[in-house]
Design a protein around this ligand. Structure first.
Ligand SMILES: [Zn+2]
Ligand SMILES: [Zn+2]
Length: 338
């Protein structure tokens, strides 16, 4: 079968490898869709934490189940996606029902080889039924679940102001699930065209360009002086993350979904006087996947609008570098595998 490996930062290589074989407690998926994620682009760029090379990228996957051991309820031939955060099952977070931050986590396409292959072996417990969703939708469940998990972490309430920094695919999903939770959403980005996308497709009424003048003043104006009670970073950009502390209302929760390699800097007195809460949001839980799939079934979100670029598997190598450049206007690139 054909495999695409990121052999080192900046270099992708196709090779032929043996098909995976049936294994106890594992399933084999014939991959049909691969969503390209910021994580993949950062890994290609060499600026993703937790990464070693060579690595087969790809974790936003949809395909057909062709073999399964110990997967009760699953049928060979059905469409599936996966929860790509393979957990150990016995560490403290696993015992506490939080496999998303398992101490021994192996994220498919990050810590271990991922889905840029024709056939992929995964632990059977990672399988998710495709319900009647399309393959494109199924490959978009994981990135949406990241946002849904962040909203869940913040325990977003009806009618509160939620500021989402970053209007990439993760930020967009975060905005969608903030809206579904009943929040009033403010989108922030450095790109006016991305902010316009939020207005046009995501029912986001309030947008702020982070590079414009008096950002704090604009947020005060939008929120009647209160400032957002929830701030969420979906940029993974250090200066954006540092700035986010200034956008918190008193009593606000600040949730970091985005990830970068540096040390965060913020004023202790400013944070302290707000009695702020800072938390990270890592991966997602099966309950987040269920929440996302319910929302997709009900038509509450339409992430197909995020797909700006579509290529076949044998075209990924040539197209990949262009997706790292903002001028290509990429939101979500989707790979179709025959
Ligand atoms: Zn992703
Ligand atoms: Zn564990």
């Amino acid at each position: 079968m054909k495999v695409l490996t990121c052999t080192k930062p900046g270099l992708l290589t196709y090779s032929e490898q043996y098909m995976p074989v049936s294994k106890k407690d594992h399933a084999i998926i014939k991959i049909k869709r691969i969503g390209i994620c910021g994580t993949d682009l950062h890994a290609f760029g060499g600026n993703q934490p937790y990464f070693n090379y060579p690595r087969v990228l790809g974790h936003e996957l949809a395909g057909e189940l062709i073999d399964a051991d110990n997967a009760p309820g699953f049928q060979v031939g059905e469409a599936v996606t996966i929860i790509p955060y393979f957990n150990c099952g016995h560490c403290l977070p696993c015992r506490n029902g939080k496999p998303n931050h398992c101490v021994n986590i192996q994220v498919c396409g990050v810590h271990i080889d991922g889905g840029m292959v024709q056939y992929l072996s995964v632990p059977s417990h990672a399988l998710v039924h495709g319900r009647n969703l399309s393959l494109d939708h199924l490959a978009l469940v994981e990135p949406l679940a990241i946002g849904a998990h962040g909203i869940n972490r913040a325990a977003v309430q009806k009618n509160e102001w939620v500021l989402v920094m970053g209007a990439g695919p993760i930020g967009l999903g975060t905005m969608e699930f903030a809206r579904i939770a009943g929040a009033k959403v403010i989108a922030m980005d450095i790109s006016d065209s991305k902010l316009q996308f939020c207005k046009d497709y995501l029912q986001v009424n309030h947008v702020v360009n982070a590079t414009s003048a008096d950002v704090v003043g604009q947020l005060q104006h939008i929120t009647n002086g209160d400032m957002p009670t929830v701030v969420i970073d979906a940029t993974g950009n250090l200066s954006a993350i540092d700035n986010g502390f200034k956008y918190m209302s008193h009593g606000a929760r600040y949730v970091l979904i985005g990830l970068q390699k540096g040390d965060i800097n913020f004023s202790h007195p400013e944070f302290h006087k707000r009695e702020g809460t800072l938390m990270s949001s890592r991966n997602a839980l099966r309950s987040d996947f269920d929440h996302v799939m319910n929302a997709l079934e009900l038509g509450l979100v339409d992430p197909l609008t995020y797909i700006t670029h579509r290529v076949k598997f044998n075209e990924v190598k040539d197209a990949f570098e262009s997706w790292t450049k903002p001028e290509t206007g990429v939101i979500k690139a989707m790979v179709t595998v025959d």
